[in-house]
Structures are given as C-alpha cells and as structure tokens.
Design a binder for this molecule. Structure first.
Ligand code: TNX
Length: 521
C-alpha cells in the first residue's frame, strides 16, 4: 500500500484509519484532561512519554489532550477506542478503561521512532489522524515457557510490554514442566527447592543424547509474580498461569516422589527434551496436593482463566500400575487410559468451583469436561471439532503459532525445534475463520496465541529473535481477522524501525544485549 506517512505504519492495523492534516505537538505546555476512570491510561501514557520528552503531562481541566471514558459509546466493546489527533488537540475515547489502554499503545506507535530524550521539553509531534479501532478476538495471547529455561521477572516485564505494544492481551506463563518448577508454593517448598534446578540440559534435539554440563535453575518469589501481574494489568495484559497435569510433571515428581506411580522411586528433574514417560499417580492424595497448589496459584494470579496442562501424557505407567488399574475400575472407566480425562475432570472441577475457568491443551476435547476451554495445538481441524462439541477454543496450531520452529530454512538459523519451518507468511496465515458451512462455530473461538517453548532458547535476545516479527503477524490477525498480507508487509517495514528503537533483535540474532541503552517508548 502507499503509506501516506510512514509513522502511520501501525501494527496491528487499526480497523478504520484516515490521515488528517497537521500534527499535534506535545511540549512543555501540554496538559492532559484525565476523565474519571481514565487515570490508568493516563499513567501509562506518562510512562511512555516521560522518558522521550522529559514532560510530566499534568492534569488540567481545560487541556487539549483528552482521555475520556464514555460507557455509552456503542460498538467499542471492552477494548475498542477512538483516537483523533488534530492540530489543536488529541481526543482518546473508549467505553471501558481497557479500550483506553489499547489507544495509548496506538499513541505510542504514532510517536517518532527515534525520539531523542529531550530533558529541555522541546516536545514531539503526533501525526494528524482519525482512528476507530476494535479487536476481532478477545484472546490475543503469547505463551512463554519459563520452565525449560528460566527468565527473571525483569525480563518478563519487557516481554509483556512488547506484547502490549502489539495489543496482545494474554501472557500464558508456562510455569512448570518436566525440566523445572518455577512457582513457589508455600505448602510445598520442595517444589521449587528441588524442582527448580536440574543438573544439566540436553544440548541437541530430543533423543540426541548430547548434554551440556551446566546446572540450570531459577524460581520466582510470590512477590515477583504478584508484581508482574500488576505490571501486566497496567498494560491491559492478563497473566494466565499454567501448572500442567497429569504429564509434564517430572520436576514435581523429583521433589515429591509420593505423587508418582512408583512412590519409592527417586527421579531427578528431567535433563532430556521430549515426552517424559513419568506421570502423576491417581490417588486422592495426588488430587489433594494439586488442589492445594492450584489454590495458591489462583491466589497469586487473579486471571479468570487457569491453564491446567493436559498435553502429552503417556499412559504406560497407569497401564502397569495395580493402583491405577483399580482406580479406573472403581471410577467405572473403560481402562487406565481413560484416567487422563478423569484426572483432568477432577482438576477442572476444582478450578470451576473456585469460580475460574480451566483451559487445557487438547486435540478435539473428547476427554475434557465441557467447561474446559480447549487450546488446540495440533491442527485447526481439531479446534473445529472441539468447537462442535461445545468447547470454547483458542487456536494454537503448531504449524502457524509455534515460534520455537526456525524462522527460515538453512544452516544459518540457530538450533530450533525440528520438524517445521515457520516463516512470517505462515504466521500471518493462522487459521481463525470457521469453516464456511459452519459459521456458528465462530462464536466458540476466543482467539489465538503464539507459543515460545524454550528448550533451545536461553537468552532474551534469542527469545526476541524468535518472537519478532512473527508476533507482529499474529497480533495483526487476531486484531483484524481478515488481514491483508501485502499491506502488512509494507507497514512492517516502518514498524521494524520501532522495534529497532526498542532494541528488539527482529532481524539477526546478536551477541549483544537486546536491552537498549536508553529507553525509547
Ligand atoms: C509440544 S504442544 C509441547 C511442548 C514442547 C513443544 C515443542 C504442547 C502442549 N507441548 O512441551 O515444548 O511441543 O515444540
């Protein structure tokens, strides 16, 4: 497309945008008129503007830059907003506070990319524009796996802030897995004391048999996680924690062998990648243990949704365990394999009773209770099958949303998850639209999310190299479902200048820190 002005290269593309003549200068005379309910958005705007302009942007009742909240604005929903920038003023309006937060990110993108720090308060210009904007889907997420490789909360904040720049609104925090348990649980300190550290890590792909010789570990404090939740909320991002059962639990088994199918066996925190054969036992004490864990998780994370795992759970241990076989028959199940659905059902019930909504990885949802939201990761067809069964679904089709696959073929790319290459076009092509013959299924789609599994990803630079610009593509499709690839490509060139200014290594994997020396907005 012909960009009327490069600074209008917004990602995701607003639903309606028309350039207007003129520009609005934000300088030392600028004040904000902050309507009741718009305080959080004003705070966020100041957070972004202060480092660039040196301005404090105090409140004034007669200010030309207005943040207004009007519940009667129809059609904007929870997250929509309207933005008008003209020579004499700026008006940002929304029906709900979250809509204002989305609008603030648009203002942030409209600012000059390489705005110098101006302690003298000379100011910066916003281009004249008229925008009305509403997202297509309410779940626009990104998973970060901090279990395989830990990242400190300081980095998670940056990750969240970059998501918010793209109007994503869910950080799916993958907190536990075979290779690490990162969430402290007061009742069971061994989970992090033992489960938070492994002796070494497989250096090649799953099954390679090659290892490094470096211990890896890390755990969060409760205060850090609570702080992250608040930081994310200030940007309109919900942190959805994942504590997975009944597979992907080797770190928990290392800390608490009594949770396993062989309570007498001592296992280490797993040092391999791939699907671990060890899974939870099915005794009442195991369910009670995880109910206690989840209660604490729900205490720390106010999110309405809670992810309870459910993926890749080999049933071999149950099929060989007299206790599991007996449990299956007591519960009237067909056999020990059916314990997976039964286990998920018990845990999902607990979450529902606590007033939250369980999310689980699944193909078609066959084994899950209907109250589970299905995160479908194999093929889009599985998502439609789950939707037909009445589940809400989130698209996480691995071929278009697993950003741990290489960005491009060829030996120059760093070691990535083998099996597929996921280029930018493929990320943009994520399937969201219901089959034409079944338009009603569309109502079941909450949205989609990208996943960054971190078996081979140890540094923030590498995280960002794999995430950007593929996240930009996904973010655009979940915001504006129809998409327009050539138009996106054209805007992305301008948008990448923004990423550069933020120190995001979207182009090459550098050996230098991704964090910029100063903090552009
Ligand atoms: C599958 S899909 C996994 C993860 C791995 C990932 C690697 C799913 C829910 N589980 O445990 O990290 O593949 O791409």
């Amino acid at each position: 497309m012909d960009l009327p002005r490069p600074e209008l290269a917004l990602v995701p593309r607003p639903r309606r945008l028309s350039p207007r003549p003129g520009r609005f200068r934000i300088d030392r005379t600028t004040r904000l008129r902050v309507a009741p309910g718009a305080e959080a958005a004003a705070g966020l705007l100041r957070t972004y503007l202060a480092p660039v302009t040196g301005l404090r942007l105090e409140h004034a009742d007669d200010a030309a830059f207005v943040l207004a909240l009007d519940p009667l604005l129809t059609g904007l929903g929870e997250e929509g907003y309207g933005l008008t920038v003209g020579l004499h003023g700026v008006l940002l309006r929304a029906a709900r506070p979250t809509g204002l937060l989305r609008g603030v990110q648009t203002v942030r993108q409209l600012l000059p990319y390489q705005a110098p720090v101006r302690p003298d308060g000379d100011g910066v210009d916003l281009p004249g524009v008229e925008i009305t904007d509403v997202p297509a889907y309410p779940w626009r997420g990104m998973l970060l796996d901090v279990a395989r490789h830990f990242q400190p909360v300081s980095y998670l904040r940056r990750f969240v802030d970059l998501m918010a720049l793209h109007k994503l609104n869910v950080l799916h925090l993958h907190l536990t897995d075979d290779q690490g348990w990162r969430m402290p649980v007061a009742a069971y300190p061994r989970l992090t004391e033992i489960g938070g550290r492994r002796e070494r890590s497989m250096a090649g792909p799953a099954g390679s048999g090659r290892f490094d010789s470096r211990p890896h570990g890390g755990t969060y404090t409760r205060a850090e996680l609570t702080g992250l939740v608040a930081f994310a909320a200030a940007r309109g991002v919900t942190v959805v924690p994942e504590v997975g059962v009944p597979g992907h639990v080797r770190a928990a088994l290392a800390a608490h062998p009594e949770l396993g199918n062989h309570p007498e066996r001592r296992l280490d925190v797993w040092t391999h990648w791939g699907v671990c054969p060890n899974v939870l036992g099915v005794g009442d004490h195991v369910l009670d243990f995880f109910r206690t864990v989840l209660d604490e998780v729900m205490d720390v994370f106010p999110s309405p949704y809670l992810h309870i795992g459910g993926d890749e759970c080999p049933t071999d241990e149950w099929e060989e365990s007299p206790a599991a076989i007996a449990r299956a028959s007591r519960e009237g199940l067909e056999g020990p394999r059916a314990l997976h659905g039964w286990f998920m059902g018990r845990i999902a019930d607990h979450v529902v009773r606590a007033g939250r909504r369980p999310v689980a990885w699944a193909e078609n949802g066959t084994a899950l209770p209907p109250e589970c939201t299905v995160m479908s990761w194999r093929t889009p067809e599985h998502a439609w099958a789950a939707a037909r069964r009445g589940h809400d679904v989130i698209h996480a089709d691995h071929r278009s949303t697993y950003f741990d696959y290489a960005r491009a073929p060829g030996p120059e790319e760093p070691l990535a998850q083998p099996g597929h290459v996921l280029d930018l076009r493929t990320a943009y092509g994520v399937e969201l639209t219901a089959p034409p013959a079944e338009p009603a299924l569309a109502e079941r789609v909450l949205g989609a999310q990208g996943q960054l599994w971190t078996e081979f990803v140890t540094t923030p630079e590498h995280i960002e190299y794999l995430t950007y610009p593929r996240l930009c593509a996904l973010a655009e499709r979940v915001w504006d479902a129809d998409g327009d690839w050539p138009d996106f490509r054209a805007r992305l060139t301008g948008h990448e200048a923004r990423l550069d200014a933020l120190g995001v290594p979207h182009d090459t994997l550098p050996q230098r820190p991704a964090t910029p020396t100063h903090a552009p907005v």
